[in-house]
Design a protein around this ligand. Structure first.
Ligand code: GTB
Length: 217
């Protein structure tokens, strides 16, 4: 059955791979599933046709026959459950890998999103600069803890899993602010994720979309 995902017609990051379709593309590449991409404009994302797929008018969405999913956590989990390659067979190891997916999305990503909002969406607010160190320190606290847990290991819990895919995807969003460089071990962890052939294919696919000349010229 054909899998179709949605992505930005033009990502605001210009193809740095930071929009959330990249993590879904990456998961699809890891499990070897071909997929199609329907590109949507910001305006189309808020129109009824897209809102039927995604109640919050966002990307990415995932369609596979009658199944429509939104939320990258749910999409990656769906793929990991149905295809080998992203979750271990052992039940306990599988549960721990899923725990890392939740940790990435629920514990590490929120303060990182707060940083993006502070640096970009709220940059003109009079309190923005004053708030920035507080937001950065909340992230640092999480990174210190994550780094302590990772230790000398290559991945968070044994072999690479959907938990690592999600954690690397979340940490990548720190790169524009330069914060990843403060934690060389986490920067190396992210680099290991980026070096995976599946990530490279996912990145190249979104890069091609975002750097293609527009048809309007
Ligand atoms: N929790 C949802 C999920 O994980 O799927 C969040 C989905 C989401 O926020 N999607 C964003 C979106 O559609 C795109 S990725 N935003 C439009 C809207 O809400 O109206 C967010 C994003 C945008 C830009 C960059 N960037 O330029 O670096 C990075 C990430």
């Amino acid at each position: 059955m054909t899998i179709t995902i949605t992505a930005f017609e033009r990502s605001p990051d210009g193809g740095k791979g930071l929009a959330r379709d990249t993590r879904v593309r990456w998961a699809l590449e890891e499990v070897g599933q071909p997929y199609e991409v329907r590109l949507v404009s910001f305006r189309a994302m808020k129109e009824p046709a897209h809102l039927r797929l995604h109640p919050f008018g966002q990307i990415p969405t995932y369609e596979e026959g009658d199944l429509v999913l939104f939320e990258t956590g749910a999409i990656v989990f769906h793929l990991a459950q149905r295809h080998p390659g992203l979750l271990p067979d052992d039940a306990n190891a599988r549960a721990r890998a899923i725990t890392w997916m939740f940790a990435a999305l629920n514990t590490v990503e929120p303060p990182i999103l707060d940083l993006s909002n502070t640096r970009i969406a709220e940059r003109d607010k009079p309190w923005s600069q004053e708030r920035l160190p507080l937001v950065e320190d909340r992230i640092r606290q999480r990174l210190v803890q994550l780094s302590a847990r990772l230790g000398d290991a290559g991945w968070l819990d044994g072999a690479f899993s959907a938990g690592d895919l999600m954690m690397v995807s979340v940490l990548l969003r720190l790169r524009p602010a330069g914060m990843l460089d403060e934690f060389p071990d986490l920067a190396a962890y992210v680099a290991r994720g980026e070096a995976r052939p599946a990530y490279q294919r996912a990145f190249a696919a979104q890069w091609a979309v975002n750097t293609a000349k527009s048809q309007a010229g």
